[in-house]
Design a protein. Structure first.
Lengths: 198, 382
């Protein structure tokens, strides 16, 4: 879904937040590379949820725990407060019921972590201004074959959190692998948030 | 003849027998003074005896898991498609052990064996055995073979229940459990089907209260019906529809009670085959072992508590069209394992074949099992 360099920046930001030995649930974990990274870097005890057969197989090859299933059907198999962190990496924009997924993340985990491509990034705005749906390394799909159905800007996400009883604890904004502090909703390509129940 | 044979077969195999003289207290309260278990092994046990994998069998199978018999080459092991050199459970790497469960009819002590107290076949007097009893005897076999700890215990269906029970009864004696097409206990519907099967056998006039050996007869009719009922539950509705549909055996309706539809012909063939080689008393006992299996029962129905002792890592696999042991039942096991923070891999294979899918070739399923055993192999190599 994203370039390797982008993914590494995203991974490193998440790893920085994770306490050593923490219990981590990664929703839409794909091939399990984030879980593997966190296990190596943070000694975390990780589980992934993945719907795709190839992803599940790749998780086995990556040596990480995985439960095959559709996270959008809820996380009923996971007990309340059973994880320190529930992560949704580069997947928020592709989930159907964003509200339900975020609320399930905070039921199962003490903290949630999401990363998503910031639709407010100036390059995206420029493409829309020029009359086209944005395409970039973060948004690599054409409009007709994109899995992304709920794209948002950082401001949109922060408003969402305020309206849904979610307190943002920290955020990191990344463009080309580097941190962005100036006008992040304009200059940030990738947003990484950690949040908890307000 | 050899050139048509599977190049990844373990080849010709020889069943062996292990004798046990230490009395065995069974869960039902009875004690067996001694017994024998038939088993087979494939692949070499390594120097530190750490590469052994126990394969537990389901309802109608045996210790003959892979390979074939030199004097009966058509008799290929029941899980031969998954076990062999270069197969998902690779016998170049692992030493695989298959064992016929106590109460069986393929060489282990069972109802058709001679009861030393009477000099006659046990028949109805052979005690009812449970999954837990089987696991105990398998552990004793491991002791005899000098295997302190299995790299993995693996099974499908009732075999998977044994693998699950291993993780509770002897948590320190296995590294991994492969629990395929399993359920943590039988549903009322499952028990109901088993009871129909049992009644078919017990009410057969040739059953003679279980002492049919002395009458030199067998309750073949009952066993046939039992097998038919069972077989229906192993297949999915879709699979039956696509395999047989409403096809007619003779191209037209004959308005008789003979075989008219292809599905009837298929069931009849399966029933004939089964009733020819399987022992009715064993069938009765195995269905009972299925009915009784319920590790959560001793913990007020709480499976998470039941699995608390387990330390193994788990691969749990279910099949979407399995309505006998549906994916929901496997997810109960997953939930209990997650509650206990165990290592788990859970895969739901989208296969059309119903419960029987665990025995069939499916690239995704076999690929997953192969990858999982690679992981176990890599751990052993460390």
């Amino acid at each position: 879904m994203n370039t390797n360099a982008m993914q590494r920046a995203d991974f490193a930001a998440i790893a920085n937040w994770i306490k050593p030995g923490a219990r981590v649930l990664d929703l839409g974990c794909g091939d399990g590379s984030l879980l593997r990274f966190l296990a190596e870097q943070r000694d975390s005890i990780g589980y992934g949820v993945e719907i795709d057969d190839a992803g599940v197989l790749a998780c086995v090859n990556n040596g990480v725990n995985v439960v095959q299933g559709d996270m959008e059907r809820g996380l009923s198999g996971f007990a309340d407060d059973s994880f320190d962190y529930v992560i949704l990496s580069q997947t928020l924009q592709a989930v159907r019921s964003s509200e339900r997924v975020i609320s399930e993340m905070l039921r199962v985990g003490r903290e949630g972590i999401v990363t998503f491509p910031n639709f407010g990034y100036w390059r995206n705005r420029l493409q829309v201004m020029s009359g086209h749906m944005p395409m970039s390394s973060n948004l690599p799909y054409a409009w007709f074959d994109t899995p992304n159905i709920h794209l948002c800007t950082m401001d949109d996400f922060e408003n969402f959190c305020r309206d849904h009883g979610v307190r943002i604890r920290e955020r990191i904004v990344i463009t080309n692998g580097g941190a962005v502090t100036l006008m992040p909703n304009l200059f940030g390509a990738l947003a990484v948030y950690r949040f908890e129940r307000a | 003849m050899n050139d048509t044979r599977d190049p990844y077969s373990v080849g010709a195999v020889t069943p062996r027998s292990a004798k046990f003289t230490v009395p065995l207290a069974l869960k039902c309260g009875a004690t067996l003074a001694g017994y024998e278990l038939a088993y087979e092994t494939y692949g070499e046990l390594n120097a530190d005896k750490s590469n052994a994998v126990l394969v537990c069998h389901a309802l109608n199978a045996s210790h003959h898991v892979a390979g074939y018999y030199a004097d009966d080459p058509a008799n290929v092991g029941w899980w031969d498609n998954i076990i062999g050199p270069g197969k998902p459970l690779d016998t170049n790497r692992f030493c695989v052990i298959g064992v016929n469960n106590l109460g069986g009819c393929f060489g282990s002590t069972g109802p058709s064996s001679i009861n030393p107290a009477t000099g006659k076949p046990w028949g109805a007097d052979f005690p009812l055995v449970t999954v837990e009893d089987w696991v105990t005897t398998q552990a004793r076999l491991a002791d005899q073979l000098g295997i302190g700890r299995f790299a993995a215990v693996m099974g499908g269906s009732l075999g998977a229940m044994q693998a699950l029970s291993w993780t509770i009864q002897y948590p320190e004696r296995l590294g991994h459990a492969l629990v395929i097409a399993c359920a943590p206990n039988l549903s009322a519907q499952n028990i109901a089907f088993n009871e129909v099967a049992r009644q078919a056998i017990i009410t057969d006039p040739d059953f003679h209260g279980g002492h049919y050996y002395e009458h030199t007869t067998r309750p073949t009719r009952g066993l046939r019906v039992a097998r038919m009922v069972g077989h229906i539950t192993y297949l999915s509705d879709d699979e039956m529809a696509s395999k047989f549909g409403r096809q007619l055996r003779h191209g037209r309706l004959n308005y008789t009670f003979g075989v008219e539809f292809e599905i009837e012909s298929y069931l009849s063939h399966q029933a004939d085959k089964f009733s020819d080689y399987f022992d009715a008393n064993t069938y009765l006992r195995i269905t009972k072992a299925l009915d009784y299996f319920d590790p959560a029962a001793a913990h007020g129905g709480n499976l998470s508590l039941a699995l608390e002792p387990a330390t193994a890592s788990f691969l749990v696999v279910s099949f979407t069209t399995d309505w006998r042991f549906s994916p929901e039942r496997s997810r109960e096991i997953i939930k209990a394992l997650l509650d206990n923070r165990r290592n788990v891999t859970y895969a739901e294979i989208d296969a059309p074949h119903g419960h029987d899918a665990f025995l069939l070739d499916d690239a995704r399923y076999h690929g997953l099992v192969a990858a999982y055993f690679d992981r176990i192999g890599a751990e052993l190599a460390k």
